[in-house]
Write a protein that binds this ligand. Structure first.
Ligand code: APR
Length: 229
């Protein structure tokens, strides 16, 4: 039985843009509307937890109103012929809903909540809001299961291991601005084929990367053709 080629997809907000979820750093992006340190950092949580809860309640409600797009779906379909791992910075569940089965969420998941004391005490909450005063099983305030700025990224080692074994790495819709996620590309084997799909110019260092200057749905269609040539 021939070993299936390993594909690792490193995805960011851009892969969900065509589903109607705003990215962070494009014009009109989330960080133009909110101060990231107020709503997406551990200090912000300590200072004004109600504002942080409202921010994620709004995004979680919006997630219930959008669907995966063709880029998510093509990635899921590649599992028929490849050993695919999705390493995503996104907290939406669109990869899951498109059918991907091996997903590493580096920055947490919008549809989960957890104890604000025990990070391992996680519950599924779907698209419902988390209210101030709502407690986890350990009687601490329930908080979004999101990795905020200033917090560790527990899944980074697992993600780096996956990238280090990749035959093919596909970077989709990330500005590669935020570490440690942005550093994952460096773990790819020297002989791996690396593609980057983005309609805009993304600065990255090292590696010979084939850039596909398209939005995710068009770029993934091109990748599919390349992979099945
Ligand atoms: N298709 C593909 N890429 C797109 C599209 C599209 N339709 N639209 C925009 N992009 C690209 C942008 O050009 C940009 O390079 O998606 C990228 C989005 O970059 P960011 O907004 O910085 O999002 P991301 O890289 O995922 O941010 C990383 O930062 O704020 C934190 O935790 C947050 O996970 C997030 C992390």
């Amino acid at each position: 039985m021939k070993r299936l080629k390993k594909i690792v997809a490193l995805t960011g907000a851009g892969i969900s843009a065509e589903s109607g979820i705003t990215t962070f750093r494009d014009s009109g992006g989330l960080w133009e509307q909110y101060d990231v340190m107020e709503v997406a950092s551990i200090d912000g949580w300590r200072k004004n937890p109600q504002l942080v809860l409202r921010f994620y309640n709004d995004r979680r409600k919006h997630l219930d109103e959008v669907e995966p797009n063709a880029a998510h779906r093509i990635l899921a379909e590649l599992e028929k012929d490849f050993d695919v791992t999705v390493v995503t910075q996104n907290v939406d569940n669109l990869h899951e809903r498109a059918g991907s089965s091996r997903i590493i969420h580096l920055h947490g998941e919008l549809t989960k909540a957890r104890s604000s004391v025990n990070p391992g005490m996680i519950v599924d909450i779907g698209y419902r809001p988390i209210e101030w005063g709502e407690k986890a099983a350990d009687d601490s305030q329930l908080r979004p299961h999101i990795v905020w700025f200033g917090e560790a990224v527990p899944m980074i080692e697992m993600a780096a291991d996956a990238v280090s074994l990749a035959d093919i790495a596909i970077i989709i819709g990330t500005s590669l601005n935020v570490y440690p996620a942005a550093g994952l590309v460096g773990y790819a084997p020297r002989d791996a084929s690396i593609y980057l799909i983005d309609p805009n110019d993304v600065s990255y260092s090292g590696h010979n990367i084939t850039v596909i200057r398209e939005k995710a749905t068009v770029g993934m269609e091109k990748i599919k053709q390349l992979l099945y040539e």
